[in-house]
Write a protein that binds this ligand. Structure first.
Ligand SMILES: CC1=C(CCC(=O)O)c2cc3nc(cc4[nH]c(cc5[nH]c(cc1n2)c(C)c5CCC(=O)O)c(CCC(=O)O)c4C)C(CCC(=O)O)=C3C
Ligand SMILES: [Fe+2]
Length: 375
């Protein structure tokens, strides 16, 4: 065991995730939780319900979080970081509010949050902060003394997040038939969001001009493509594309969709495509259905060989990154200077979301930011 690491002032890490159904009876109530007040068309909900039923009503996301939780605890123990790790979800059990209540009962006063979402945007950041604020409000109404909650900075450009993705692409390329390997194109994919949300993602200075969401993904795509070029000696065409569009058809969302992109690449003569889900932290339903099922069927129909590269999941480099980010933030909060680590052109993300960062359509209180109503 190495020398003990000091997480002061923090006394807990909270793994905060999306949550997913764990059986057929969970699917409809889960979708109701996700879409409450979000104006998603009924037809779309029926369709998404079918994606889950195709997999027995079970999303893999909860098991993936159990695995990550376990890996984080082991990593912390091995490295002498004495910090308990809790897990709560926004949309399914274990619910965030219940986990926070447990934290309070255990006497935790300063909680650091790791969200399973690496980039800026309303859906990927502020919505997590809003749900934290709502959970804290519930506990306060119950008469509990609420803990102080901070959120780890965005880790999209941290080497421990990017390097496993590079390895994943190399592995997918190696898995393609040799005659199409060098000609393969790379399709970096992420969740589509309304263009209005993309334009206002990140701090106010990043609004307009495309917003932080697209810029951050482009930076990661560029990094991965460059590393793959370096490693294989082949310069492959690449593009950032989108998946999992939701919402009403008349509202503009980020495009092109991965399926349209595969069609377009095929027509342009691409001999193969590797789909690289840089927008996601684990191989959850968006990856399993939208890429491995729908887009892969589309490619088969076109006669286009495709592979889908792995997400980071519980890669040891990622758990090490979480440990480093915890220690980095603990040092900052204790007034000790530390050089934050980041690859690419954008530099390390802010620790504290400033006022106006990733605004909601309808303003709601959000915790763990400069505009938090909680200390
Ligand atoms: C940016 C982003 C991420 C990445 C960041 C992050 O990871 O948080 C993400 C992740 C996820 N999204 C997920 C599931 C769903 N997302 C939906 C709907 C929506 N997502 C949106 C955005 C994002 N979503 C948006 C703008 C909507 C429209 C409704 C609204 O404006 O709020 C719907 C409703 C049905 C539909 O229309 O698809 C479902 C079921 C799951 C769980 C998967 C599993 O079960 O394994 C995960 C990890
Ligand atoms: Fe989503």
């Amino acid at each position: 065991m190495s020398e003990a690491l000091d997480p002061t002032p923090y006394d807990a890490l909270l793994l905060l995730s999306f949550g997913g159904p764990e059986g057929p009876d969970d699917v409809v109530p889960f979708l109701e939780n996700v879409t409450r007040g979000r104006g998603i068309p009924k037809e779309r909900l029926k369709e998404v319900g079918q994606h889950y039923f195709l997999f027995g009503g079970v999303s893999p996301i909860n098991d993936q979080n159990r695995t990550l939780l376990d890996a984080l605890r082991k990593d912390f123990a091995v490295h002498g970081l004495d910090l308990p790790v809790y897990w709560g979800n926004r949309n399914w059990a274990p619910y965030l509010t219940d986990t926070l209540r447990e934290l309070v009962r255990d006497g935790r006063r300063r909680v650091l949050v790791l969200a399973t979402s690496a980039y800026a945007s309303y859906s990927g950041c502020r919505q997590y902060r809003e749900d934290l604020a709502a959970a804290l409000a519930t506990l306060r109404d119950e008469g509990l003394d609420v803990p102080r909650v901070d959120k780890l900075r965005h880790y999209f450009n941290h080497p421990g997040f990017v390097r496993p993705m590079i390895d994943g692409v190399l592995k997918s390329l190696a898995d393609l038939p040799e005659d199409v390997r060098d000609g393969a194109h790379l399709a970096f994919t992420t969740h589509s969001i309304p263009t209005s949300a993309a334009d206002t993602s990140g701090p106010v200075e990043a609004h307009g001009d495309g917003g932080a969401y697209v810029r951050q993904h482009l930076d990661v795509a560029r990094l991965v493509a460059a590393a793959v070029r370096e490693e294989t000696g082949v310069d492959r065409p690449w593009q950032l594309v989108y998946q999992s569009r939701s919402g009403a058809p008349h509202i503009p969302w980020l495009e092109p969709d991965i399926c349209d992109h595969l069609e377009e690449r095929h027509a342009a003569g691409a001999p193969a495509v590797v789909m690289v889900p840089i927008g996601f932290v684990s191989d959850h339903m968006e990856v399993l259905y939208d890429l491995d099922t729908e887009a892969t069927a589309k490619a088969a129909e076109l006669g286009l060989p495709v592979r889908r590269s792995a997400t980071v999941g519980a890669d040891p480099r990622f758990t090490a990154t979480v440990r480093e980010l915890v220690l980095e933030r603990a040092a900052t909060e204790s007034g000790r200077a530390l050089t934050p680590c980041a690859l690419g052109a954008l530099g390390p993300s802010h620790d504290l979301c400033p006022v106006g960062c990733c605004p909601a359509r309808t303003p709601k209180p959000a915790a763990a930011g400069a505009d938090s109503p909680y200390a």
